[in-house]
Write a protein that binds this ligand. Sequence first.
Ligand code: TRP
Length: 433
Amino acid sequence: MSTTRFLTGITTTGTPHLGNFVGSIRPSVAASLTAGVQSFYFLADYHALIKCEDPVRIQRSTLEIAASWLAAGLNPEKVTFYRQSDIPEIPELTWLLTCVTGKGVLNRAHAYKASVDKNTAAGREQDDGVTAGLFMYPVLMGADILMFKAHKVPVGRDQIQHIEMARDMAASFNHLYGEHFVLPEAAIDEHVATLPGLDGRKMSKSYDNTIPLFSSRDQLKKLIGGILTDSRAPGEPKEVEGSALFQIYQAFATPAETEALRKAYADGIGWGDAKHTLFERVDQVIAPMRAQYEELIHNPARIEQTLLAGAERARALATPFIRELRSAVGLRSLAQTTAAAKPAKAAKAALPTFKQYREADGKFYFKFVDADGRLLLQSTGFDAPKEAGQAIARLQREGVGALAGQLAPVDGAADADVAAALAALAAQADAAA
Ligand code: TRP
């Protein structure tokens, strides 16, 4: 059986909470135990620097996240578990990818665009307070993924665009320098719940509504006691829809237990009793891990060792791969003869390209990007890859007019640019014929 490689990163800026456990830690640990899967999980501490300027917090968060994943059952013998900043090949690859990434592509990254929009709305200069780190975030993330030839990248929906960008970087690099990278795909797990927080909104550090995964029993009880409920009295039937308490329970209990609580709601369970039921159920899951966590967190040197061992395994792949990539782009020893080198594909490189891909909605799409990676055309979804291919052929034969209704609007792409790019492709095809 061929193995699929999964890779994901966790930014080291916060303390893991129940939402992280349910949404990421628990499913990732479970996935790492599946046959035919190879997992790479890492602490994205270079990414943390983009949002956090507090060194103590970065260090503490790295420790807490590592201890949480290990306490939750991650087996560092089976999973390659490492810290991003222990792999110097990653910033090195970041530069190589920077040089094949269109600046315009990064201009369109959601996180950067959100900052620009906020500044514009407030009447400030558009890049006010935006670091080049934030702007480059997707390239660093691309290096994380491409370095280890990941096939699947489990992430939240907000990260899909970053995976697409990584895929485009890989395709551009491969086009220029030969097939070196695997094209990664986002893996979105539809079954994983998003947990509500204390106030009913999504549990998130930014809303300050979290329940830390490893609170003490007493703290956990107190926090659960603070979950927002309505004011119905004991004896009055209660709604499970929109009840944060019920949703959290569901994420920890068996289906049969969940049904029992649903019935108790209908029968008018008091909020105090419901909270007690939730507390005991969550604690039942967490208590065994808590002991492990306490032991780990008080033994940072052991975690450090685990991470360094993981980095060593990761570098066993990264070091030879970056050597290959350096040579591919021409960063080579002068003692090495260049005559034997394959002619560069550079002449071909300056061409626009069609990129075909599948989205989470199951449909097939293509886009047309110019030689600098700037988006020119974006298709709507097709039911089959063949239909997307036929649309591309029609476009090349008959021009943009032939695809009425099958193209989504792209801001900033002029008709003349599209026509010129199509003409450049046609000229290349003629020359090759
Ligand atoms: N950007 C990701 C997040 O905020 C974290 C991350 C960094 C990551 N590098 C990655 C995720 C590589 C997957 C793959 O959630």
